[in-house]
Design a protein around this ligand. Structure first.
Ligand code: IPD
Ligand code: CA
Ligand code: CA
Length: 275
C-alpha cells in the first residue's frame, strides 16, 4: 500500500501529466481529427493514440516501478503485485470525435486491484477531478478554483438523478442495458447518458448524480473515476453488491445511501428481462 505522502505525490504528478495530455487533445478537438473504427460504432482518433503515447511516456518515467495498462496498447494481464496505472487516453471518444464537450483523460491507480487514486481531466469543460483514498477528492477549474467533492445525500430513487451508459456491442447483444435503462427511467427523477464513464463516476463523487451503473466496461473506463469516488466517500461495487472487480467491468456507484436500493432495482430489472 502507498502511504499518504506517496499518494499525494502520485496524485500531483498524475494531475500535471493529465493536463499535458488534455492540452494535446484540445489542439485537435473540433478540428476534424482523423477518425477510424475499432468496431462498427467503436471509434479511435489520432488523438487517442497521441494522448496514449504521451501518457505512457510520462507515467513510465515518473513511476518506473509501477505497471501501466492503457486502452489502445497491446492487451496485457496484470499478474504482478505492483501498483497499476489504468490509462484511458480519451474517455468519451465518440463525444470527442463529434466535438461534444464531455470527454476526459482518465488515470486511475489500483493497488491489488483496488482503485486508490484517480485523476479525471475534462479539458473542454475546463474541469478536473482528482482524489486519493485518505486524501479526499476535489473538483478544480482551469482558473485555479478548487472545491471538495461531496456525494449527495439523496435517499430515494424517486428523488434521484442517475446516469448510465451502453456497450459498443449493443446492436448485436441482448445484454445491452436497454431493459435496465427502461426500468430506471421510470423509477427515478432523471436518467442521463453523457458518454464518458469516468465523468459519470466523478459526477457521483461530486454530488451532481446520485448514482450510476454500467456493464461491459474496461478497467481503464473505471479506475480513474472509481478512485475519485472512493476518495470522496462514495460507494462502488459490482452488480448484486459484490466487491468491485475492475476486470469484470460491472459497476454500481452511488452516494452510499442509495446503494442497496439501486443494487436491488438493477437486479429486479435484469430478472424481469429474463422472463
Ligand atoms: C466509453 C465511454 C462510454 C461508455 C462506454 C465506454 P471510450 O469509453 O466511457 O461512456 O458507455 O462503455 O467504452 O470508448 O470513449 O473510451
Ligand atoms: Ca473509456
Ligand atoms: Ca478511450
Amino acid at each position: 500500500m502507498l502511504d499518504l505522502q506517496e499518494l499525494t505525490e502520485a496524485r500531483d504528478t498524475a494531475l500535471a501529466i493529465a493536463r499535458e495530455a488534455g492540452a494535446l487533445l484540445m489542439s485537435g478537438w473540433r478540428k476534424n481529427p482523423h477518425v477510424s473504427k475499432k468496431g462498427t460504432i467503436d471509434l479511435v482518433t489520432e488523438f487517442d493514440l497521441r494522448s496514449e503515447t504521451l501518457l505512457r511516456e510520462r507515467l513510465g518515467r515518473a513511476f518506473p516501478n509501477h505497471t501501466i495498462v492503457a486502452e489502445e496498447g497491446a492487451a496485457r494481464d496484470v499478474i504482478d503485485t505492483r501498483p497499476v496505472w489504468y490509462v484511458d487516453p480519451i474517455d468519451g471518444t465518440t463525444n470527442f470525435a463529434h466535438g461534444h464537450f464531455f470527454f476526459a483523460v482518465s488515470l486511475g491507480l489500483a493497488v491489488r486491484g483496488e482503485p486508490v487514486l484517480g485523476v479525471v481531466h475534462a479539458p473542454a469543460l475546463q474541469t478536473t477531478f482528482s482524489g486519493a483514498v485518505g486524501l479526499g477528492a476535489v473538483r478544480s477549474s482551469a482558473t485555479g478554483g478548487e472545491e471538495p467533492c461531496v456525494p449527495s445525500r439523496t435517499a430515494l430513487l424517486d428523488d434521484a438523478l442517475i446516469a448510465t451508459g451502453f456497450p459498443y456491442d449493443r446492436r448485436v447483444s441482448a445484454e445491452n442495458n436497454l431493459r435496465e435503462f427502461a426500468a430506471m427511467k421510470v423509477r427515478t427523477q432523471g436518467l442521463r447518458r453523457c458518454g464518458a464513464a469516468s465523468l459519470d463516476l466523478c459526477l457521483v463523487a461530486d454530488g451532481t448524480y446520485d448514482a450510476y451503473w454500467e456493464q461491459k466496461l474496461a478497467p481503464w473506463d473505471l479506475a480513474g473515476g472509481c478512485g475519485v469516488l472512493r476518495a470522496a466517500g462514495g460507494r462502488v461495487t459490482g452488480y448484486d453488491g459484490v466487491p468491485l472487480d475492475l476486470a469484470a467491468g460491472r459497476a454500481i456507484a452511488t452516494n452510499g445511501v442509495l446503494h442497496d436500493a439501486l443494487v436491488a432495482a438493477i437486479a429486479e430489472a435484469r430478472a424481469a428481462a429474463l422472463v
